[in-house]
Write a protein that binds this ligand. Sequence first.
Ligand SMILES: Nc1ncnc2c1ncn2[C@@H]1O[C@H](COP(=O)(O)OP(=O)(O)O)[C@@H](O)[C@H]1O
Ligand SMILES: [Mg+2]
Length: 143
Amino acid sequence: MRQFSERRISIKGVDEMRELGLELAAALEPGDIIAMVGNLGTGKTTLSKYIAEGLGVTEALSSPTFNIVKEYRSGRLPLFHFDVYRLSSGDDLVDIGAEDYLYGDGVCLIEWADIVADILPEETIVIRLEYGENEGAREVTIC
Ligand SMILES: Nc1ncnc2c1ncn2[C@@H]1O[C@H](COP(=O)(O)OP(=O)(O)O)[C@@H](O)[C@H]1O
Ligand SMILES: [Mg+2]
């Protein structure tokens, strides 16, 4: 399991978010889980797209809100992209069989992960996204 040291990054625009996504993707290892926490529009899906790009996923990544999870298997590692906005707790995620993904050999990206934080393993990489002061700016904390 890859350990990232805590970092706080000020991002000026989408291009820098792409750089971050590609960098994260290059470091990901089988079994890694990225929990993304941040309000609507802070860039969780956008960052997920860039991580997918960095993993070499060829399919277009689209928001899994209605499916909870979508699988992408064309990249360097299997990618499981979750959007748990419609769930109430980690139990709901267990009910849909998510432990097979969480403890499998792929990479899990979870949007709105604070909702299911109670069942995420301790090694989970947490990425907090917040709006910055200027348009396109974001404050990103990784720990
Ligand atoms: N620095 C940035 N990083 C990510 N998205 C940005 C940035 N600046 C502007 N945006 C825009 O903000 C929106 C983020 O939407 P999205 O990624 O769907 O957010 P979320 O999944 O967190 O609700 C997109 O329209 C994107 O183009
Ligand atoms: Mg989203």
